[in-house]
Design a protein around this ligand. Structure first.
Ligand SMILES: *Cc1c(COP(=O)(O)O)cnc(C)c1O
Length: 424
């Protein structure tokens, strides 16, 4: 496979963008080589500027759950464009999307739309602090909640991939209220509540951790978080930016039957367009301006094109619940193939989410995730890429399946995984 055009574009892009990219993981920093520059995508396939074709398991990091260019979504966007791109005023489409989201996730009694997952979580935390009158938040090592200052502590994902878990440019005083706990580590959470019984506003958690590779919650962990936050008068925030509409139409909260106070959405909620949402109990959300004193705004919030894409995507998912059983089946096939081909690895799965860790000890939290052999992952990644399988360029990201992946796509992928194993 030739990558000449991508290589040239990457070189030139470095004169314009730090590292040649507009989001760090895209730079292939942890796997080496030049990123492939994407020209277009269709269904399960993505095509680069050199004319190479890949089966895509990134799917824009999740949003394209229906596959690329799903006709009803494209049609909805096309129609919306003709009516104008942005008005900075309320629209009926926002109401329709809000109604659909609440129907799928009833705990989001009232919500606010923003333009990214980062904004959604940042704003949710502000609302939680405003509502409780408390300053501290608990986050888990290895969970990623976007790049807002207070959350860039042991943040996983790109921050981890770049081997700088914490960021320069964030004053220490900005993160002094961010308390760190261990994912799946109940004791670490208990200790924090005992130390700060009356000053923790909220726990923010990815109900299925998907930014340190995939780490599912241990049985009882989410129930424990629900119980301890209630007991201490703190709020529970589920960051469902990945799991929302992915672990089923009701998100991880329905899948595990644990209901948070606030939920954040992104990725799938915009069907491939920039969109974030945060919402929860009415009394909490009514602390947000203009009703309450928690200020939060956005010029392009609830953008008509993004809402059109979100509505079409969520409607399609609601109308075809079999998509989720299909996704899980495909995921399980991949998991079996990975386990068989790579016996010296750990394969984690939750619903249709999965990832492979190059190590022999079980991965249950940030520390265990970090012991993976990232060099081996890089070799595996490049073998797949060279053979037309596009996966995440980092050990600490996961595989995203879509409804467009055919049985044949999965079969092909399983075979290439087997070949890759022989070349490692
Ligand atoms: C992607 C992600 C975010 C950030 O969303 P952006 O749209 O990239 O700002 C927040 N939380 C989780 C769990 C994510 O996976």
């Amino acid at each position: 496979m030739k990558f000449e055009t991508s290589e040239a574009l990457f070189l030139e892009s470095q004169n314009y963008f730090p590292g040649g990219v507009n989001s760090p993981v895209r730079a292939f920093g942890s796997v080496g080589g030049a990123p492939v520059f994407i020209k277009r995508a269709s269904g399960s396939r993505i095509f680069d500027e050199d004319g190479n074709e890949y089966i895509d398991f990134v799917n824009s990091w999740g949003p394209c759950i229906l596959g690329h260019g799903y006709p009803p979504v494209i049609e909805a966007v096309r129609e919306a464009c003709l009516d104008g791109l942005s008005f900075g005023a309320p629209t009926k489409k926002e109401l329709i999307l809000g109604q659909l989201i609440k129907e799928c996730i009833p705990s989001m009694e009232m919500m606010r739309m923003v333009s990214s997952g980062t904004e959604a979580v940042m704003s949710a935390i502000r609302a939680a602090r405003g509502f409780t009158g408390r300053d501290k938040i608990v986050k888990f090592k290895g969970c990623y909640h976007g790049h807002s200052d207070g959350l860039l502590v042991k943040a996983g994902s790109g921050a981890l991939t770049g081997s700088s878990p914490d960021s320069a440019g964030v004053p220490a005083s900005y993160t002094e209220h961010t308390l760190l706990a261990s994912y799946n580590g109940e004791t670490s959470v208990k200790d924090l509540f005992e130390q700060f019984p009356e000053s923790i506003a909220a726990i923010v958690v990815e109900p299925v951790a998907a930014n340190m590779g995939l780490v599912p919650p241990s049985p009882g962990f989410l129930e424990f978080l629900r119980e301890i936050t209630t007991r201490y008068g703190a709020l529970l925030i589920f960051d469902e930016v990945i799991t929302g509409f992915r672990m089923g139409i009701g998100g991880a909260q329905k899948y595990y039957n644990v209901i948070p106070d606030i939920t954040t959405l992104g990725k799938i909620a915009g069907g491939g367009m920039p969109m974030g949402v945060y919402g929860g109990r009415r009394e909490i959300m009514e602390t947000v301006s203009p009703v309450g004193k928690v200020y939060q705004a956005g010029t392009l919030s609830g953008n008509p094109i993004a809402t059109a894409a979100g509505i079409a995507t969520i409607k399609a998912l609601m109308e075809q619940p079999e998509i989720y059983t299909g996704l899980e089946k495909k995921a399980s096939k991949l998991v079996s193939a990975l386990k068989e081909a790579l016996p010296d690895t750990q394969v984690n799965q939750a619903g249709s989410l999965l990832s492979v860790f190059f190590q022999t000890t079980p991965v249950v939290d940030f520390e265990t995730a970090l012991t993976s052999d990232t060099k081996k992952y890089a070799k595996y990644f490049h073998y797949l890429l060279d053979h037309g399988i596009y996966t995440a360029p980092s050990q600490f990201e996961i595989l995203f399946l879509s409804a467009a992946h055919t049985d044949e796509d999965i079969e092909t992928t399983c075979n290439i995984i087997k070949e890759a194993a022989r070349h490692l």
